[in-house]
Design a protein around this ligand. Structure first.
Ligand code: LLP
Length: 448
Protein backbone atom coordinates (compact mmCIF):
# COMPACT_ATOMS: atom_id res chain seq x y z
CA UNK A 1 0.00 0.00 0.00
CA UNK A 2 1.46 3.39 -1.00
CA UNK A 3 1.46 6.50 1.14
CA UNK A 4 -1.04 8.00 -1.27
CA UNK A 5 -3.45 5.18 -0.73
CA UNK A 6 -3.25 5.80 3.01
CA UNK A 7 -3.41 9.60 2.71
CA UNK A 8 -5.37 10.38 -0.50
CA UNK A 9 -5.12 14.11 0.27
CA UNK A 10 -1.51 13.96 -0.86
CA UNK A 11 -2.87 13.49 -4.35
CA UNK A 12 -4.34 16.96 -4.68
CA UNK A 13 -1.15 18.63 -3.77
CA UNK A 14 -1.72 19.12 -0.04
CA UNK A 15 1.74 17.86 0.90
CA UNK A 16 3.17 17.56 -2.57
CA UNK A 17 6.63 19.09 -2.56
CA UNK A 18 6.90 21.79 -5.16
CA UNK A 19 9.07 21.16 -8.17
CA UNK A 20 10.25 24.67 -8.94
CA UNK A 21 8.88 25.63 -12.38
CA UNK A 22 11.89 27.88 -12.87
CA UNK A 23 14.19 24.87 -13.17
CA UNK A 24 11.89 22.02 -14.26
CA UNK A 25 9.99 21.64 -17.55
CA UNK A 26 6.52 23.16 -17.21
CA UNK A 27 4.90 19.77 -17.73
CA UNK A 28 6.48 18.21 -14.61
CA UNK A 29 4.25 16.68 -11.95
CA UNK A 30 4.04 14.07 -9.23
CA UNK A 31 1.73 11.27 -10.33
CA UNK A 32 -0.67 9.40 -8.09
CA UNK A 33 2.10 7.09 -6.92
CA UNK A 34 4.43 9.90 -5.93
CA UNK A 35 6.62 9.51 -9.01
CA UNK A 36 7.85 12.48 -11.01
CA UNK A 37 6.54 12.69 -14.55
CA UNK A 38 7.82 14.91 -17.34
CA UNK A 39 5.86 15.27 -20.56
CA UNK A 40 3.44 12.71 -19.17
CA UNK A 41 6.08 10.00 -18.65
CA UNK A 42 7.34 8.76 -15.27
CA UNK A 43 11.09 9.35 -15.01
CA UNK A 44 11.46 6.07 -13.13
CA UNK A 45 10.02 4.23 -16.15
CA UNK A 46 12.50 5.93 -18.46
CA UNK A 47 15.35 4.87 -16.19
CA UNK A 48 14.06 1.29 -16.22
CA UNK A 49 13.56 1.18 -19.96
CA UNK A 50 16.65 3.01 -21.20
CA UNK A 51 19.05 2.61 -18.29
CA UNK A 52 21.05 5.37 -16.65
CA UNK A 53 22.58 7.88 -16.94
CA UNK A 54 20.08 9.24 -19.44
CA UNK A 55 19.24 12.68 -20.72
CA UNK A 56 15.48 13.27 -20.88
CA UNK A 57 14.30 16.08 -23.13
CA UNK A 58 10.80 17.53 -23.04
CA UNK A 59 9.77 18.44 -26.58
CA UNK A 60 6.89 20.60 -25.39
CA UNK A 61 9.23 22.66 -23.25
CA UNK A 62 11.62 23.31 -26.15
CA UNK A 63 8.73 24.29 -28.41
CA UNK A 64 7.23 26.45 -25.65
CA UNK A 65 10.49 28.39 -25.20
CA UNK A 66 10.72 28.95 -28.96
CA UNK A 67 7.15 30.27 -28.96
CA UNK A 68 7.92 32.56 -26.04
CA UNK A 69 10.86 34.10 -27.93
CA UNK A 70 8.72 34.61 -31.01
CA UNK A 71 5.99 36.23 -28.94
CA UNK A 72 8.34 38.53 -27.03
CA UNK A 73 10.36 39.53 -30.08
CA UNK A 74 7.82 39.50 -32.94
CA UNK A 75 9.97 41.60 -35.28
CA UNK A 76 13.29 39.92 -34.56
CA UNK A 77 14.84 36.87 -36.14
CA UNK A 78 15.40 34.22 -33.48
CA UNK A 79 18.40 32.09 -34.34
CA UNK A 80 18.77 29.07 -32.08
CA UNK A 81 22.42 28.49 -31.08
CA UNK A 82 22.86 24.80 -31.87
CA UNK A 83 25.97 24.55 -29.73
CA UNK A 84 23.72 24.27 -26.69
CA UNK A 85 22.18 21.02 -27.97
CA UNK A 86 21.80 19.84 -31.51
CA UNK A 87 20.16 16.66 -32.72
CA UNK A 88 18.04 16.18 -35.81
CA UNK A 89 14.85 16.26 -33.76
CA UNK A 90 15.85 19.46 -31.95
CA UNK A 91 16.64 21.09 -35.28
CA UNK A 92 13.23 19.99 -36.57
CA UNK A 93 11.37 21.34 -33.54
CA UNK A 94 13.04 24.73 -33.60
CA UNK A 95 12.66 25.21 -37.36
CA UNK A 96 9.04 24.08 -37.06
CA UNK A 97 8.59 26.85 -34.50
CA UNK A 98 9.95 29.41 -36.93
CA UNK A 99 13.49 29.80 -35.60
CA UNK A 100 16.66 30.00 -37.66
CA UNK A 101 19.75 28.04 -36.68
CA UNK A 102 23.31 28.97 -35.73
CA UNK A 103 25.96 26.31 -36.35
CA UNK A 104 29.68 26.53 -35.76
CA UNK A 105 31.14 23.50 -37.49
CA UNK A 106 30.61 21.18 -40.43
CA UNK A 107 29.34 18.61 -37.92
CA UNK A 108 26.58 20.87 -36.64
CA UNK A 109 25.80 21.90 -40.20
CA UNK A 110 25.42 18.24 -41.19
CA UNK A 111 22.90 17.67 -38.39
CA UNK A 112 20.95 20.78 -39.43
CA UNK A 113 20.84 19.68 -43.06
CA UNK A 114 19.88 16.14 -42.10
CA UNK A 115 16.87 17.72 -40.37
CA UNK A 116 16.02 19.50 -43.64
CA UNK A 117 16.66 22.94 -42.15
CA UNK A 118 16.56 25.58 -44.88
CA UNK A 119 20.24 26.45 -45.52
CA UNK A 120 19.25 30.07 -46.14
CA UNK A 121 18.19 30.26 -42.50
CA UNK A 122 21.47 28.86 -41.20
CA UNK A 123 24.17 31.16 -39.80
CA UNK A 124 27.76 29.91 -39.64
CA UNK A 125 29.90 31.00 -36.68
CA UNK A 126 33.36 30.35 -35.33
CA UNK A 127 36.60 32.19 -34.75
CA UNK A 128 38.52 29.54 -36.68
CA UNK A 129 36.64 28.13 -39.62
CA UNK A 130 38.73 25.65 -41.59
CA UNK A 131 38.84 26.14 -45.36
CA UNK A 132 37.00 22.87 -46.01
CA UNK A 133 34.17 23.87 -43.65
CA UNK A 134 33.77 27.27 -45.29
CA UNK A 135 33.67 25.52 -48.63
CA UNK A 136 30.98 23.08 -47.45
CA UNK A 137 28.93 25.93 -46.00
CA UNK A 138 29.15 28.01 -49.15
CA UNK A 139 28.37 25.06 -51.38
CA UNK A 140 25.25 24.17 -49.45
CA UNK A 141 24.10 27.79 -49.52
CA UNK A 142 24.14 28.89 -45.85
CA UNK A 143 22.37 32.20 -45.48
CA UNK A 144 25.01 34.11 -43.55
CA UNK A 145 28.58 33.62 -42.45
CA UNK A 146 29.81 35.63 -39.47
CA UNK A 147 33.31 36.82 -40.33
CA UNK A 148 35.72 36.59 -37.44
CA UNK A 149 39.20 37.24 -38.88
CA UNK A 150 40.97 38.91 -41.81
CA UNK A 151 42.12 35.50 -43.06
CA UNK A 152 38.54 34.41 -43.38
CA UNK A 153 37.81 37.30 -45.72
CA UNK A 154 40.58 36.06 -48.00
CA UNK A 155 39.22 32.52 -47.92
CA UNK A 156 35.64 33.63 -48.50
CA UNK A 157 36.65 35.83 -51.41
CA UNK A 158 38.33 32.86 -53.01
CA UNK A 159 35.46 30.47 -52.34
CA UNK A 160 32.29 32.47 -52.97
CA UNK A 161 31.12 31.84 -56.50
CA UNK A 162 27.78 33.58 -56.01
CA UNK A 163 26.72 36.41 -53.65
CA UNK A 164 27.32 35.33 -50.04
CA UNK A 165 25.85 37.37 -47.22
CA UNK A 166 28.22 37.97 -44.31
CA UNK A 167 28.15 39.75 -40.96
CA UNK A 168 31.21 41.05 -39.18
CA UNK A 169 31.63 39.98 -35.56
CA UNK A 170 32.49 42.99 -33.41
CA UNK A 171 33.45 42.98 -29.74
CA UNK A 172 31.59 45.93 -28.21
CA UNK A 173 33.92 46.20 -25.19
CA UNK A 174 31.23 45.29 -22.68
CA UNK A 175 32.28 43.27 -19.65
CA UNK A 176 29.36 41.37 -18.15
CA UNK A 177 31.63 39.99 -15.41
CA UNK A 178 30.51 36.44 -16.00
CA UNK A 179 32.74 33.38 -15.86
CA UNK A 180 35.97 34.17 -17.77
CA UNK A 181 35.36 31.22 -20.09
CA UNK A 182 32.21 32.84 -21.51
CA UNK A 183 33.13 36.54 -21.34
CA UNK A 184 33.06 37.34 -25.04
CA UNK A 185 32.13 41.03 -25.15
CA UNK A 186 35.48 42.42 -24.05
CA UNK A 187 38.08 43.61 -26.51
CA UNK A 188 41.16 41.54 -25.69
CA UNK A 189 40.03 38.03 -26.62
CA UNK A 190 39.96 35.62 -29.50
CA UNK A 191 36.60 36.56 -31.01
CA UNK A 192 35.76 39.28 -33.48
CA UNK A 193 37.12 42.74 -34.27
CA UNK A 194 37.32 45.40 -31.53
CA UNK A 195 34.65 48.08 -31.89
CA UNK A 196 35.77 51.45 -33.26
CA UNK A 197 39.15 50.04 -34.24
CA UNK A 198 41.12 49.99 -37.45
CA UNK A 199 40.54 46.26 -37.85
CA UNK A 200 36.77 46.74 -38.35
CA UNK A 201 37.43 49.41 -41.00
CA UNK A 202 39.82 47.15 -42.82
CA UNK A 203 37.39 44.24 -42.68
CA UNK A 204 34.55 46.38 -44.07
CA UNK A 205 36.80 47.84 -46.71
CA UNK A 206 37.96 44.43 -47.90
CA UNK A 207 34.50 42.87 -47.86
CA UNK A 208 32.81 45.65 -49.81
CA UNK A 209 35.45 45.37 -52.51
CA UNK A 210 34.68 41.67 -53.08
CA UNK A 211 31.99 41.29 -55.74
CA UNK A 212 30.64 38.06 -54.24
CA UNK A 213 30.55 39.12 -50.60
CA UNK A 214 27.54 41.06 -49.41
CA UNK A 215 27.98 42.78 -46.07
CA UNK A 216 24.56 42.55 -44.39
CA UNK A 217 25.36 43.76 -40.91
CA UNK A 218 27.22 43.38 -37.65
CA UNK A 219 27.18 40.73 -34.95
CA UNK A 220 28.15 40.74 -31.28
CA UNK A 221 27.83 38.20 -28.48
CA UNK A 222 28.60 39.70 -25.11
CA UNK A 223 28.70 36.55 -23.02
CA UNK A 224 26.62 33.78 -21.54
CA UNK A 225 24.35 33.25 -18.54
CA UNK A 226 23.60 37.00 -18.35
CA UNK A 227 20.52 37.98 -16.34
CA UNK A 228 20.98 41.74 -16.37
CA UNK A 229 19.29 43.44 -19.34
CA UNK A 230 21.38 46.62 -19.19
CA UNK A 231 24.42 45.27 -21.11
CA UNK A 232 22.16 44.44 -24.05
CA UNK A 233 20.90 48.03 -24.18
CA UNK A 234 24.49 49.20 -24.09
CA UNK A 235 25.43 46.75 -26.86
CA UNK A 236 22.62 48.12 -29.06
CA UNK A 237 23.80 51.71 -28.51
CA UNK A 238 27.42 50.89 -29.32
CA UNK A 239 26.67 48.70 -32.29
CA UNK A 240 24.30 51.23 -33.87
CA UNK A 241 27.02 53.83 -33.34
CA UNK A 242 29.43 51.56 -35.19
CA UNK A 243 26.96 50.96 -38.03
CA UNK A 244 26.48 54.72 -38.36
CA UNK A 245 30.25 55.25 -38.55
CA UNK A 246 30.49 52.58 -41.23
CA UNK A 247 27.74 54.37 -43.18
CA UNK A 248 29.55 57.70 -42.88
CA UNK A 249 32.88 56.23 -43.94
CA UNK A 250 31.82 53.79 -46.66
CA UNK A 251 28.43 55.08 -47.71
CA UNK A 252 26.71 51.74 -47.07
CA UNK A 253 23.76 51.18 -44.77
CA UNK A 254 23.90 47.84 -42.99
CA UNK A 255 20.48 46.31 -42.38
CA UNK A 256 21.09 43.58 -39.80
CA UNK A 257 22.20 43.69 -36.19
CA UNK A 258 22.69 40.31 -34.55
CA UNK A 259 22.96 40.66 -30.77
CA UNK A 260 24.05 37.07 -30.07
CA UNK A 261 22.68 35.04 -27.18
CA UNK A 262 23.62 34.68 -23.54
CA UNK A 263 20.26 34.82 -21.74
CA UNK A 264 20.53 33.30 -18.28
CA UNK A 265 18.42 30.50 -16.87
CA UNK A 266 18.05 29.43 -13.24
CA UNK A 267 19.89 26.22 -12.40
CA UNK A 268 18.71 26.11 -8.78
CA UNK A 269 15.62 27.58 -7.18
CA UNK A 270 16.12 31.28 -6.51
CA UNK A 271 18.83 31.81 -9.17
CA UNK A 272 18.38 34.94 -11.26
CA UNK A 273 17.27 34.41 -14.86
CA UNK A 274 16.79 36.65 -17.88
CA UNK A 275 13.39 38.30 -18.07
CA UNK A 276 12.53 38.25 -21.77
CA UNK A 277 9.86 40.94 -21.54
CA UNK A 278 12.35 43.32 -19.95
CA UNK A 279 14.99 42.35 -22.48
CA UNK A 280 12.58 43.11 -25.32
CA UNK A 281 11.81 46.51 -23.80
CA UNK A 282 15.42 47.54 -23.31
CA UNK A 283 16.37 46.45 -26.83
CA UNK A 284 13.43 48.42 -28.30
CA UNK A 285 14.15 51.54 -26.27
CA UNK A 286 17.88 51.50 -26.97
CA UNK A 287 17.26 50.89 -30.63
CA UNK A 288 14.85 53.82 -30.87
CA UNK A 289 17.22 56.12 -29.02
CA UNK A 290 20.39 55.07 -30.86
CA UNK A 291 18.80 55.12 -34.32
CA UNK A 292 17.32 58.58 -33.66
CA UNK A 293 20.63 59.88 -32.35
CA UNK A 294 22.57 58.73 -35.42
CA UNK A 295 19.78 59.23 -37.94
CA UNK A 296 20.18 55.55 -38.76
CA UNK A 297 17.34 53.39 -40.15
CA UNK A 298 16.27 50.61 -37.82
CA UNK A 299 18.13 47.42 -38.68
CA UNK A 300 16.54 44.00 -38.39
CA UNK A 301 17.44 42.57 -34.99
CA UNK A 302 18.52 38.96 -34.55
CA UNK A 303 18.98 37.11 -31.25
CA UNK A 304 20.80 33.82 -30.81
CA UNK A 305 19.59 32.11 -27.62
CA UNK A 306 20.90 28.61 -26.98
CA UNK A 307 20.72 27.82 -23.27
CA UNK A 308 17.43 29.64 -22.69
CA UNK A 309 15.69 27.50 -25.32
CA UNK A 310 16.78 24.04 -24.18
CA UNK A 311 18.25 24.14 -20.65
CA UNK A 312 14.99 23.71 -18.75
CA UNK A 313 13.75 21.05 -21.15
CA UNK A 314 16.47 18.66 -19.99
CA UNK A 315 16.51 16.39 -16.96
CA UNK A 316 19.35 13.92 -16.39
CA UNK A 317 18.65 10.61 -14.66
CA UNK A 318 21.31 8.89 -12.58
CA UNK A 319 21.21 5.76 -10.49
CA UNK A 320 22.74 5.92 -7.03
CA UNK A 321 25.74 3.60 -6.74
CA UNK A 322 26.70 4.29 -3.15
CA UNK A 323 25.95 6.53 -0.18
CA UNK A 324 28.98 7.24 1.97
CA UNK A 325 29.19 9.27 5.14
CA UNK A 326 32.77 10.49 5.68
CA UNK A 327 34.17 11.40 9.03
CA UNK A 328 33.93 15.18 8.87
CA UNK A 329 30.19 14.82 8.45
CA UNK A 330 29.96 15.08 4.67
CA UNK A 331 27.77 12.64 2.78
CA UNK A 332 28.79 11.61 -0.74
CA UNK A 333 26.17 10.11 -3.00
CA UNK A 334 27.98 8.52 -5.92
CA UNK A 335 25.98 8.08 -9.12
CA UNK A 336 26.60 6.24 -12.39
CA UNK A 337 27.43 9.37 -14.42
CA UNK A 338 29.64 12.36 -13.79
CA UNK A 339 31.85 14.88 -15.51
CA UNK A 340 31.67 12.95 -18.80
CA UNK A 341 27.95 13.75 -19.12
CA UNK A 342 28.10 17.05 -17.22
CA UNK A 343 31.48 18.81 -17.19
CA UNK A 344 29.88 22.16 -16.32
CA UNK A 345 30.51 21.87 -12.60
CA UNK A 346 34.22 21.26 -13.13
CA UNK A 347 34.48 23.84 -15.94
CA UNK A 348 32.42 26.74 -14.62
CA UNK A 349 31.57 25.91 -11.02
CA UNK A 350 27.93 25.42 -12.08
CA UNK A 351 25.43 24.49 -9.35
CA UNK A 352 22.62 21.97 -9.68
CA UNK A 353 19.81 20.45 -7.68
CA UNK A 354 18.55 16.86 -7.68
CA UNK A 355 15.60 14.88 -6.37
CA UNK A 356 14.64 11.24 -6.03
CA UNK A 357 12.28 10.34 -8.87
CA UNK A 358 9.95 7.79 -7.36
CA UNK A 359 8.87 8.92 -3.91
CA UNK A 360 7.73 12.03 -2.13
CA UNK A 361 10.64 13.25 -0.05
CA UNK A 362 8.49 13.70 3.04
CA UNK A 363 10.69 12.12 5.71
CA UNK A 364 13.97 13.25 7.31
CA UNK A 365 16.56 14.79 5.02
CA UNK A 366 20.30 14.97 4.69
CA UNK A 367 22.50 17.42 2.82
CA UNK A 368 24.70 15.60 0.37
CA UNK A 369 27.30 16.06 -2.33
CA UNK A 370 26.49 14.19 -5.52
CA UNK A 371 29.69 12.73 -6.93
CA UNK A 372 30.36 11.21 -10.32
CA UNK A 373 32.11 7.90 -10.93
CA UNK A 374 35.17 9.32 -12.69
CA UNK A 375 38.68 9.03 -11.34
CA UNK A 376 39.03 12.65 -10.22
CA UNK A 377 38.24 14.30 -6.91
CA UNK A 378 36.82 17.22 -8.90
CA UNK A 379 34.21 14.99 -10.49
CA UNK A 380 31.29 16.43 -8.56
CA UNK A 381 27.81 16.95 -10.01
CA UNK A 382 26.16 18.94 -7.24
CA UNK A 383 26.92 20.34 -3.82
CA UNK A 384 24.58 20.79 -0.86
CA UNK A 385 21.63 18.88 -2.23
CA UNK A 386 18.76 17.99 0.08
CA UNK A 387 18.01 14.30 -0.29
CA UNK A 388 16.08 11.75 1.79
CA UNK A 389 18.21 10.60 4.73
CA UNK A 390 17.43 6.98 3.88
CA UNK A 391 18.52 7.24 0.22
CA UNK A 392 19.65 3.84 -0.99
CA UNK A 393 21.88 2.54 -3.80
CA UNK A 394 19.72 1.67 -6.79
CA UNK A 395 17.40 4.65 -6.42
CA UNK A 396 17.16 7.07 -9.32
CA UNK A 397 17.94 10.78 -9.04
CA UNK A 398 16.80 13.43 -11.50
CA UNK A 399 18.88 16.54 -12.07
CA UNK A 400 16.87 19.37 -13.65
CA UNK A 401 17.98 22.09 -16.02
CA UNK A 402 20.46 19.92 -17.85
CA UNK A 403 19.32 20.42 -21.44
CA UNK A 404 21.95 22.93 -22.54
CA UNK A 405 25.67 22.28 -22.88
CA UNK A 406 25.42 18.80 -21.41
CA UNK A 407 25.10 16.39 -24.31
CA UNK A 408 27.00 18.85 -26.50
CA UNK A 409 29.90 19.03 -24.02
CA UNK A 410 29.87 15.34 -23.11
CA UNK A 411 32.87 13.06 -23.55
CA UNK A 412 33.62 9.38 -23.16
CA UNK A 413 36.19 10.03 -20.42
CA UNK A 414 37.31 6.88 -18.59
CA UNK A 415 35.78 4.81 -21.38
CA UNK A 416 32.27 5.60 -20.23
CA UNK A 417 30.00 6.01 -23.23
CA UNK A 418 27.79 9.06 -23.58
CA UNK A 419 24.17 8.77 -22.41
CA UNK A 420 21.20 8.55 -24.75
CA UNK A 421 18.73 11.39 -25.25
CA UNK A 422 15.13 10.35 -24.73
CA UNK A 423 12.49 12.82 -25.85
CA UNK A 424 9.19 12.88 -23.99
CA UNK A 425 5.94 14.32 -25.21
CA UNK A 426 2.29 13.69 -24.41
CA UNK A 427 3.01 10.53 -22.48
CA UNK A 428 5.32 9.02 -25.09
CA UNK A 429 9.08 8.51 -25.28
CA UNK A 430 11.29 8.62 -28.36
CA UNK A 431 14.97 7.77 -28.40
CA UNK A 432 16.69 10.63 -30.23
CA UNK A 433 20.27 9.60 -29.60
CA UNK A 434 21.18 6.11 -28.45
CA UNK A 435 23.64 5.30 -25.70
CA UNK A 436 27.29 5.15 -26.75
CA UNK A 437 28.41 1.58 -26.20
CA UNK A 438 31.79 -0.02 -25.59
CA UNK A 439 31.57 -1.27 -29.20
CA UNK A 440 31.22 2.35 -30.34
CA UNK A 441 34.35 3.24 -28.42
CA UNK A 442 36.25 0.19 -29.66
CA UNK A 443 35.35 0.70 -33.31
CA UNK A 444 37.67 3.70 -33.50
CA UNK A 445 40.61 1.47 -32.57
CA UNK A 446 42.40 0.66 -35.80
CA UNK A 447 43.45 -2.92 -36.43
CA UNK A 448 41.08 -4.55 -33.95
N1 LLP B 1 25.86 33.02 -30.21
C1 LLP B 1 27.19 32.83 -30.17
C2 LLP B 1 28.04 33.43 -31.19
C3 LLP B 1 27.76 32.07 -29.13
O1 LLP B 1 29.06 31.91 -29.09
C4 LLP B 1 26.92 31.48 -28.16
C5 LLP B 1 27.47 30.70 -27.08
C6 LLP B 1 25.53 31.70 -28.28
C7 LLP B 1 25.04 32.48 -29.31
C8 LLP B 1 24.54 31.09 -27.32
O2 LLP B 1 24.75 31.49 -26.03
P1 LLP B 1 23.69 31.05 -24.89
O3 LLP B 1 22.39 31.71 -25.20
O4 LLP B 1 23.56 29.59 -24.95
O5 LLP B 1 24.32 31.50 -23.62
N2 LLP B 1 29.59 25.94 -22.50
C9 LLP B 1 29.16 27.12 -21.75
C10 LLP B 1 28.49 28.11 -22.63
C11 LLP B 1 29.33 28.53 -23.81
C12 LLP B 1 28.62 29.50 -24.71
C13 LLP B 1 29.36 29.65 -25.99
N3 LLP B 1 28.72 30.49 -26.94
C14 LLP B 1 28.25 26.67 -20.61
O6 LLP B 1 28.00 25.48 -20.48
O7 LLP B 1 27.83 27.50 -19.82
Amino acid sequence: MTLLEIFPSLRDGGMTPRLDPAIWPRDTHYDGDGRITVGGVALADIADQYGTPTYVLDEGEVRGRCQEYRKRFPDAEIIYAGKALLTRAVAEWITDEGLSLDVCSAGELAVALAAWADPRRIVLHGNGKPFAELETAINCGVGRIVVDSPTEITLLSALANRPQRVLIRVTPDIDVHGHPAVRTGVTDQKFGFPIGGQAVWEAVDRIVRQPNLELAGLHCHIGSQIHDTFPYGEAVRRMIGEMARIRDEFDITLTELDLGGGHAVAYRGGDAEMNLAELADIIEDSLDAACARHGFPRPRIALEPGRAVVARAGVTLYRVLSVKHVEDGHTYVTVDGGMSDNPRVALYGARYDAVVVNRHPTGPHMTATIAGRHCEAGDILAHDVRLPADLRPGEVLAMPCTGAYHHSLASSYNGIGRPPIIAVTEGRTRELIRRETIDDLMCREMGC
